[in-house]
Ligand binder design. Structure first.
Ligand SMILES: [Zn+2]
Ligand SMILES: [Zn+2]
Length: 272
């Protein structure tokens, strides 16, 4: 049987529904070989309804480390962090880091790009003169600078700005202009980050019909040389493996034959 792992998992330490232990139990029921936790890093610039405060971060690390030992004979557990690009929390003491860009820095403001259609409309009007492509290009320009802020192992939901694609057209996702801005960012990032995630969380939570990234972007990632992990960006243990089949098909369609899993000896490629 294929190796079952999810490295993008939220818990009640951030804004997930379940405790790490509840998730571990559910993962074992579902036949997972391994589970990795990725709480949201503390961000002083967000409203912090979703990230872990510094003291909760300490508690989160302790809890996952305790469970890692307690369950070591039954399931492999990794301690990770979903590191928000402009977050300035410590990056040490984790098995891996997932890198996310949920906020753009515009002047002195931090602008949330992980939001709904109505917010996007106002944000693009206010900061980009109503020009959605200008917004997309700025997002890719900023995310390309990620290695300056953190050493990340996995690039999270790379085209998060397509979040509202099924409801609104803020820019042309298939245009040459859009793809080349994305590719430019990917080529820069690839010097430091070798793995991206196919993230099914948006589908599970009803925001999207297809996982991140879109197929056109995954094809570019393949051409550049990126490896892939499949994750569910899980906020509820019932959905730990939701959409994994769709994600596998998407990778195959882009030409992938392998995906990566995290092991005690680092990331390792296995057959899709
Ligand atoms: Zn995220
Ligand atoms: Zn997440």
């Amino acid at each position: 049987m294929a190796y079952l792992q999810n490295l993008h998992t939220h818990t009640s330490f951030d804004h997930g529904a379940d405790t790490p232990e509840e998730i571990i139990k559910k993962a074992m029921q579902k036949g997972f070989d391994s589970i990795g936790f990725s709480g949201h890093s503390y961000t002083r610039y967000s409203d912090n309804t979703f990230s872990m405060s510094p003291s909760r971060t300490v508690a989160y690390k302790e809890d996952v480390k305790r469970l890692k030992l307690e369950y070591r004979d039954r399931i492999k557990i990794f301690l990770g962090l979903e590191f928000d690009m402009y977050s300035d929390t410590p990056q040490d003491g984790y098995d891996y880091l997932i890198g996310s860009c949920h906020y753009l820095k515009i002047g002195d403001n931090f602008v949330n790009v992980d939001h709904d259609e109505a917010y996007y409309k106002v944000m693009i009007d206010r900061y980009f003169g109503g020009d959605g492509m200008k917004f997309a290009k700025e997002y890719f320009r900023q995310i390309a600078t990620f290695p300056k802020f953190a050493k990340i192992d996995i690039l999270a939901h790379f085209d998060l700005i397509t979040k509202n694609i099924d409801r609104a057209d803020f820019f042309d996702y298939d245009s040459k202009e859009y793809i080349s801005a994305a590719v430019e960012a990917l080529e820069t990032l690839y010097k430091d980050v070798k793995i991206f995630e196919v993230n099914t969380g948006g589908v599970v939570r009803g925001y999207r019909k297809t996982p991140y990234p879109m197929l056109n972007i995954i094809k570019e990632m393949k051409r550049i040389g990126f490896g892939a992990v499949i994750t569910s960006d899980c906020h509820n243990a019932d959905h730990l493996d939701s959409g994994f089949d769709t994600a596998t098909e998407l990778l195959k369609e882009a030409g992938y034959t392998e995906k990566y899993i995290l092991t005690d000896n680092g990331f390792k490629a296995i057959e899709l």
